[in-house]
Design a protein around this ligand. Structure first.
Ligand SMILES: [Zn+2]
Length: 312
């Protein structure tokens, strides 16, 4: 998880867990709200329905219809997950983001998904790869346990490590989009957003021969324009309902504990497999064993949501 810089509030401890690439893109409510992340000023926050974010439409922008109605019309989980490393304003901001995005997803039930149905199945999802170490380590663990993972890969890293993306797909893991570069799409221009989504999809298609049907915007930052841009290339938006907050930890145990303390039927669990996420790879065996011991079946996102992972 790469995060946006918030230097003023950045603590030394935070710096220790967040690599330079991270710091260059830290952001608020997102896939990796950080202890250092101060605050999402209100202006940063997508306001659903805000006129400024209403996309202009044109024939080529017409969203494709979703393949199916919402997989969870009556089962909406609040986003949960905690970390002792995240306190004060950063924590308040994260809670605020969670609330906002839950409301936003309700307004787009067919296109913005936070969780799966109320059954004892959950999906492990990994953002920010591929790299040539942690992504492979995560994959190896998943393979050892016979579990399929769902990987939201960054287009520019797929360009760098296409063979890693292909290995994931070849062994049955899902290769989905985390945009072309790890920036907040809600702050990018409309053309830039569309280009980022198209470039990432094209890069993934080059690597694995298929185009992803799901996007997870960097930091989870999502607004009307991002939803429409994703829809214009046939993509839905998959966020998460349980945040492992793995990026905020230096040891595996608190990651595992956080997930096991909060897991519920249908959770989409946010983890990371980027170059800065070695601790996640270390936590994975205990995490898988703990979830299975608690009676959860671990499935990929397409199985959890009963919707295709790739465009036909
Ligand atoms: Zn990310």
């Amino acid at each position: 998880m790469l995060r946006r810089p918030i230097s003023a509030l950045l603590t030394a401890a935070l710096v220790a867990v967040c690599a330079p690439a991270c710091l260059s893109t830290r952001s608020p409510g997102s896939s990796a709200p950080s202890p250092a992340r101060p605050s999402l000023p209100p202006a940063d926050v997508p306001v659903p329905g805000s006129p400024a974010q209403t996309p202009t439409s044109s024939a080529s922008d017409t969203p494709r219809p979703p393949a199916k109605p919402s997989p969870t019309p009556d089962y909406r989980l609040p986003i949960v997950g905690s970390s002792a490393a995240i306190t004060g304003k950063a924590w308040t901001n994260m809670l605020s983001w969670r609330k906002r995005i839950a409301e936003f997803s309700k307004e787009h039930p067919d296109r913005v998904v936070l969780n799966g149905p109320d059954r004892p199945r959950v999906a492990l999802t990994f953002d920010d790869g591929p790299d040539d170490r942690n992504t492979l380590s995560v994959k190896e663990t998943l393979d050892r346990y016979g579990v399929k993972g769902s990987f939201f890969l960054i287009g520019e890293y797929v360009r760098q490590y296409p063979d890693v993306a292909k290995k994931l797909a070849d062994d049955g893991h899902l290769v989905l989009s985390h945009a072309d570069r790890h920036v907040e799409l809600t702050k990018a221009g409309e053309d830039e957003v569309k280009a980022s989504l198209r470039d990432a999809a094209a890069e993934i298609k080059r690597a694995i021969g298929r185009e992803p049907a799901w996007l997870r915007p960097p930091y989870g930052e999502t607004d009307e324009r991002v939803v429409q841009a994703a829809a214009s290339i046939g993509s839905g938006i998959a966020l998460w309902s349980l945040d492992s907050l793995d990026w905020s930890q230096t040891e595996p145990e608190p990651i595992v504990q956080n997930v096991l303390d909060h897991v519920r039927n249908g959770d989409i669990i946010l983890l990371h497999s980027g170059k800065d996420n070695a601790v996640t790879a270390k936590a994975l065996p205990s995490l898988i064993e703990g979830l299975q011991a608690a009676g959860y079946e671990l499935v990929d996102l397409a199985a959890l949501l009963d919707r295709p992972a790739y465009l036909e």
